[in-house]
Write a protein that binds this ligand. Sequence first.
Ligand SMILES: O=C(O)[C@H](O)[C@H](O)COP(=O)(O)O
Ligand SMILES: [Mg+2]
Length: 301
Amino acid sequence: MTVKVSSKAVAQEILDKYDNFLFDCDGVLWRESSLLPKVAETLKMLRKHNKNLIFVTNNATKSRLQYSKKFEKFGLTVSESEVFGSSYASAVYLRDILKLPKDKKVWVEGADGLEIELQDAGYQTLGGTHLPALDRPLNMEDKTDPINNIDPEVGAVVVGLDPKINYHRIAVTMQYLLNPNIYFVATNPDSTFPGKGALLPGAGMVVKAVETCVNREGIICGKPSKGMMDAIIKSQNIDKSRSIMIGDRFDTDILFGLNNGLSTLLVLSGIETPETLEALDPKQKPTYYANKLGDLYEYIH
Ligand SMILES: O=C(O)[C@H](O)[C@H](O)COP(=O)(O)O
Ligand SMILES: [Mg+2]
């Protein structure tokens, strides 16, 4: 039975029961560049109670450092080591699990945050934001096109949310992934994300576009994958029984918590609604739910 955060008693219970608070970002802390109500107060309250805060986002457009700077703009002090993005999880997966040799290059279909994390992990990246030719429509006559100049040293392709997605980019990405010996890594499966007061296409749209034309599935590294939790546990020795995952989407955040033995708190300030919560399979339901994260603060103060 999912308990609603609608009283001081429930809010205090959460404060007392958990030491580690794992936060999704889009739809929980903010909607794009606007912080959601009482988020800053809630995070400050948790820090005052010596809670361990970990920020776990599937948004692969920023690196951990870029997220740390985004928090700073909101007046919040969050260190790079407290942030786990799907761009970082993908770079760690390539380096530590697939053990891609460092002399292999990585073709990026994604944004600069993904390139930065891959470069920080020791890889040379191609494509991404560094090939202006990809911003131009595919010219069938142009023999200098990247499609006709595939780099034989590419050993992996990583696909994530790319606000500059176009036919040309997908066409070049496809050439690499038609080779079964090249790894196909996908940052996250999210179909949508909340932005501009609406729902916008998520990374899942880019991943599915590539999967469709190469008839292969990418290895998902973000939530709800186990790899993301492994990266967090490796870096922060957390007791799962004293940990809670706070998110706005069932099939990534809440599933990530359920799959890894954490308690879960769904907030209705992002993707999910009271209707989708009502309709959810009881076995998939979160431990708690709230209208917004700031309710934790408001019910206690
Ligand atoms: O589309 C995406 O890439 C994700 O939906 C989006 O960025 C989600 O980020 P999160 O809610 O995990 O912070
Ligand atoms: Mg979210």
